[in-house]
Design a protein around this ligand. Structure first.
Ligand SMILES: [Zn+2]
Length: 272
């Protein structure tokens, strides 16, 4: 009898955590430690934004590795039609190639974040190289748009204490993610995509949409990539998420709605 009650409690708790914070978090000591310190959403020591408020059915769409000529137009068109804001983490060398697209992101009301100059994993670099990777991307964005950036996402989400220290010195807030679509498709040297490779990876708009829908919770930060397949997935994905009652918010809005609000400006004009 006691065994059955215990089993029911464990099963019930399992179901509850699966729905609310996820089983992996529930079993992780690190998760409960950071939650106890009030760092579950935003770590003010590390300037690290981990997830949005659980009390609002809000989502943040982040799109990495922008701007890409073969997909950007469809992505921006879809976001405009759906009236959905997004945060684009741009690569400096792509910004230099397509300053017009970079300006368009801001002009259409979205946010731009720093995703480094060359998209090299920062935890493999020296402190000086890390500094240059961040600074060169920043310089290219400022030249293209006249605006600076407040948010940063390290390539592959790879960082170490040195990287976090440098990011903090620059004053950036690092933006993490909780929902991944596994939609990263490597582009060729000339910037084009190889259709055969995309087919071999078996990523389709349907698969990407399904992966996102399966994982989202209130306050999730969704990671997508700027490529032609994801561009096609965007419209059905947004429509299905809206039908489930989700509202899309910018990074600034998500931060301002935290239990302990953080108020920042995403892309202030460069001071002359
Ligand atoms: Zn990336």
């Amino acid at each position: 009898m006691i065994g059955a009650v215990l089993l029911a409690i464990i099963f019930g708790a399992g179901l509850y955590f699966k729905r609310t914070i996820g089983l992996r978090n529930a079993l992780s000591l690190g998760y409960w430690t950071s939650r106890a310190k009030g760092h579950e959403f935003y770590n003010s020591d590390k300037l690290y934004f981990n997830r949005g408020n659980r009390d609002a059915k809000d989502l943040l769409l982040t799109i990495d590795d922008s701007p890409h000529r073969e997909s950007m137009d469809l992505i921006l068109k879809t976001l405009k039609e759906e009236k959905v804001p997004a945060t684009f983490f741009v690569i400096g060398k792509r910004v230099k190639e397509s300053p017009d697209l970079t300006r368009r992101i801001l002009a259409e009301g979205h946010e731009i974040g720093n995703h480094t100059q060359d998209h090299i994993r920062l935890d493999t670099l020296t402190e000086k190289q890390v500094r240059n990777e961040i600074l060169n991307c920043q310089t290219n964005v400022e030249r293209a748009t006249g605006h600076s950036m407040k948010f940063l996402r390290p390539p592959g989400m790879r960082f170490n204490p040195t990287v976090l220290k440098v990011v903090k010195e620059f004053g950036y807030i690092t933006v993490g993610w909780n929902v991944g679509a596994k939609d990263f498709i490597p582009s060729l040297k000339d910037g084009h995509y190889d259709i055969a490779q995309i087919r071999a990876m078996k990523v389709s708009p349907e698969v990407i949409t399904e992966r996102v829908l399966k994982q989202v919770q209130s306050g999730s930060i969704v990671l997508l990539h700027d490529n032609p397949v994801t561009a096609q997935a965007l419209k059905p994905m947004i429509e299905k998420l809206k039908a489930e009652g989700y509202t899309f918010r910018s990074t600034v809005e998500m931060l301002s709605k935290l239990p302990e609000p953080v108020n920042v400006v995403s892309n202030p004009p460069v001071r002359k």
